[in-house]
Design a protein around this ligand. Structure first.
Ligand code: FAD
Length: 474
């Protein structure tokens, strides 16, 4: 093992001292926008997630900076019969982190603790970006990351964050061990051979089984990635996708609703050199590209729905085609540069064409005019019991809506189609299913409930969302 990286010092979490309540969180968006400590005022701290579709008024917001401080916070909450949730960067578009009790932020627990040639042990509040950079500097890499790196490692892993590729698993699949503070204050390390049931339940378990105080993740030697981006048409993309998926390390595409336009991205490991080629003169540049990629289309489309098909064609055209070779973690992030709410469903891999065709039809027939693309990715079968890819090779269909636009009717329309097709919602997104319907989609659901009843019978780590999706009293 190499020597641990230095950990930044943070404010001590002290239950008794109101002056040490958190006033803001460096990683979560908008945490604690109002704190009022006047006598007699109890719960006034406010938190909302990045997308703004989940809000919380915790009784306390604390920032522990050690396992012992997490244990104290959990025990103090238990003594007051308050629930506890730890939050990461707030990028989950679900209310999974919401609590009326004690909210723990993870930005007091940041850094890499131990590294070997095949594994890294990392503290929960470390961002994916920090981890990528640190690993790269040591000649190491994660197998893949999603399309941004602002999330915390714990938040991303506990919600099964994934990229694309038939052999590219989610961050969750790379977890070798988890250190957890349980509801009774016990600190345990779980792994496949060490309370394997708790390990498989907790890995993509939204923090519903304990507070994660460190994660051990598998690493691979660092690598360069070549990305090729090009525009295409829906029919050709869908027909050719299987060939691309076999020929390339990773492939994904955006389909622009109300048009037949797609933008395809293929990624392959490369011997280098680092190079950025592309952006032919035919493509919109400067202000037009900025307008299309930085929220202009989303804003204009919101007030001018009939213009959306044309605006979406412009958006698709504004994605620069070309070839890039760079460090793996610099090449992968491709998320739209606007704030959005997202809904993602996972289907058996062979369902890509029928599912997408049905979703497309439902969108075209529906009343909504959608300005952000539908993102299609793949992934291999995984073993975490709450991972959407549990037990089957998967295609992910991800719908995103500009955060100021209404999204519920659009998501309802898509869910109505997808739930007919053996699809599993990704629990960390704005999905609407409850435990009863999830039980028929996640084969190990009863085992998840059994483990939860064992480790957290009083639902210390519960909230309304977990009650809905995991089913309380089960
Ligand atoms: C712009 C954007 C791009 C995205 N791109 C992708 C993508 O490409 N691929 C993909 O798969 N997803 C993507 N997502 C989804 C995102 O990766 C996940 O939702 C992830 O949860 C975010 O991590 P976070 O640190 O923000 O976690 P949070 O949202 O803060 O928390 C997520 C859950 O984990 C729990 N939690 C967090 N830390 C702990 C802890 N230490 N102990 C116990 N529980 C904890 C929280 O209570 C909550 O239930 C994207 C989201 C956004 C907003």
């Amino acid at each position: 093992m190499r020597s641990p990286a230095a950990h930044p010092r943070h404010v001590i979490a002290d239950w008794a001292a109101p002056s040490q309540w958190r006033a803001a969180n460096n990683t979560a968006e908008g945490t604690a926008s109002a704190l009022d400590l006047r006598q007699g005022v109890v719960a006034v701290a406010r938190w909302h997630n990045w997308a703004g579709n989940a809000e919380s008024r915790p009784t306390r917001i604390l920032t522990p900076r050690s396992v012992d401080e997490v244990v104290s916070a959990v025990q103090a909450a238990a003594a007051r019969e308050l629930p506890v949730r730890m939050v990461g960067a707030g990028h989950s578009c679900s209310p999974a982190a919401v609590t009326s009790g004690v909210m723990l932020t993870s930005d007091g627990m940041v850094g890499v603790e131990q590294v070997s040639d095949t594994e890294v042990r990392v503290l929960p509040g470390t961002t994916v970006d920090q981890l990528c950079r640190e690993l790269d500097s040591l000649g190491l890499a994660l197998p893949a990351v999603g399309d941004i790196r602002a999330e915390t490692v714990a938040g991303a892993a506990l919600t099964a964050q994934h990229g694309s590729g038939r052999q590219t698993p989610s961050l969750t699949a790379g977890i070798q061990a988890l250190e957890l503070v349980l509801a009774d204050g016990d600190v345990v390390t779980v792994a496949a051979a060490q309370d394997g049931d708790l390990f498989q339940a907790a890995k993509a378990g939204l923090g519903g089984f304990g507070v994660v105080t460190s994660l051990t993740l598998a690493t691979v030697p660092t690598y360069l990635l070549h990305a090729r981006t090009f525009p295409d048409r829906f029919e050709n993309t869908v027909s050719t996708f299987d060939d691309w998926d076999s020929d390339h390390d990773m492939v994904e595409f955006d389909w622009y609703p109300h048009t037949d336009r797609t933008v395809v991205r293929q990624f392959d490991r490369s011997a280098g050199p680092v190079a950025h080629v592309g952006r032919s003169r035919r493509w919109p540049s400067g202000p037009i590209r900025s307008f299309a990629t930085a929220g202009g289309v989303a804003r204009l489309g919101r007030s001018l729905p009939p213009a959306v098909p044309g605006l979406n064609r412009l958006s698709a055209a504004a994605q620069p085609p070309g070839d890039t070779t760079d460090r793996w973690w610099r090449v992968l992030p491709t998320a739209p540069k606007v704030r959005f709410v997202e809904l993602e469903y996972a289907l058996p891999r062979p369902m890509l064409r029928p599912a997408l065709t049905m979703v497309r039809r439902a969108i075209e027939d529906g009343p909504e005019r959608v300005t952000l693309p539908v993102l299609v990715r793949t992934g291999p079968a995984e073993d975490a019991w709450l991972a959407p890819a549990e037990g089957r090779a998967t295609v992910y269909i991800c719908l995103r809506v500009f955060h100021r636009s209404p999204y519920q009717r659009y998501f309802d329309t898509a869910e109505a189609v997808l739930t007919e097709l053996e699809a599993r919602p990704r629990l960390g997104t704005a999905q609407s299913l409850g435990a009863e319907r999830l039980a028929s989609r996640y084969p190990r659901f009863a085992d998840v409930q059994r483990v939860r009843n064992r480790v957290d019978p009083d639902r210390r780590f519960g909230n309304d969302y977990l009650a809905r999706v995991l089913g309380d009293g089960a």
